[in-house]
Design a binder for this molecule. Sequence first.
Ligand SMILES: C[S@@+](CC[C@H](N)C(=O)[O-])C[C@H]1O[C@@H](n2cnc3c(N)ncnc32)[C@H](O)[C@@H]1O
Length: 445
Amino acid sequence: MVELPQVNEQPRPASTEVGSYFVANYPPFSAWSPEHLPAAIEVLDSPRGDGDEAPLGLYLHIPFCRKRCRFCYFRVYTDKNGSDVDVYMDALAREVALYAERPRLAGRDFEFVYFGGGTPSFLSSQQLLRLVDRINRHWTWDAAREVTFECEPGTLKKSKLETIRQIGVTRLSLGVEHFDDEVLEQNGRAHKSPEIFRAYEWAREVGFSQINIDLIAGMVGETEAKWRDTVEKALQLDPDCLTIYQMELPHNTVISRETQAAGGASPVADWETKRRWVDHAFSVFEQAGYVVSSGYTLVKPTDASDFVYRDSLWHGADLVGTGVASFGHVGGVHMQNVDQWDQYVSTLARGELPLNRALPTSKRERLIREMILQMKLGRLDAGYFRGKFGVEIVDVFREGFDSLVAEGFAEIDGDAIRLTRPGLLRVDGLLPRFSEPAHRGARYT
Ligand SMILES: C[S@@+](CC[C@H](N)C(=O)[O-])C[C@H]1O[C@@H](n2cnc3c(N)ncnc32)[C@H](O)[C@@H]1O
């Protein structure tokens, strides 16, 4: 998924006010800039050195949706027709082809692929097959351990799911969000609950190695009873993986704009209530045998319970980010594409990469990045950082870790640093204390 640049490192008020909260990367996007683009080109044009064995992933941003959700903050379009989609697919395939030739990337296999959105399942079977055929002339994902595909339930048919399976998708991710039709309607979702059950059943019949469902705690209209019912229904579906986001209101959502126009009273439950709701879901799923695998995720502990995309990225993998507004990371350099359709399409038509801004990272920034991203898993292994960065993180970041322990949000036992459940439920709010001063208080840009 392509998040628009965001990071709000101010202390959070208890109510869900307009502003970002989810920490998606480090250094924050506001530190990336066009002046660093030469560093991105340089790294892409330099061959891989010895010992540079980061796994490689591919992110493909499919920015189309049937409807814009009222809480959505991603770069998506709801007004594009079939020929617009063809133009975009053409640009996307060209972009992959351009990356495939770069010395830093040429000949490397993808470890993971992620079709994010927007709504990849907005594409018809035909559009999807054509896209994959064009991309695979330059680069295949035959060796990938995981290929994820995000879906909006109401866009699926059994035949489309068969196509999705046919192109190599192993992990299907369904944006369920809630099971109550009134809540779905109030939040502008394009689907209703019957479409969820139908799509899920087809997906099971088609047979994916892993099916994830996304829920959001704190949608507009959420109540205690409705949340409990949604958690119960999610459990009955028996997914392999469940992701629960706490609703946030970045500046560019419809709800945020309406909230500000109306004087600021938030229609979203406060943070404490959302944490209690996620905690309830965690307990119900744990009782059913699931394991909490991050601040947002529960998995059935089977052989196929890995989430390769997340775990690779959070351990410093390279990522080729393609599509409008996508971001990537290669050889220690962050890079992000232009976020305007016309510019994206015309730059690729000229045969150039549509990069807009970049940031070469220092070793310390890479260390902090991995540390705060892995903290979202709820556990850190100090030995991993000793081996990779040659530092004792508990010493280097003593103030930060001491404060987490003193506040009851973490426990340290030798090399094992674990977040407590209250810590895990508010993990994004705990991360800014590990930022370097220059990146503290960074705001949404
Ligand atoms: C990029 S979106 C793609 C969803 C897909 N288009 C669909 O309709 O199912 C990925 C996920 O981000 C989460 N999400 C989106 N906006 C959010 C917000 N404001 N707060 C919390 N989570 C959000 C939702 O759970 C959503 O399924």
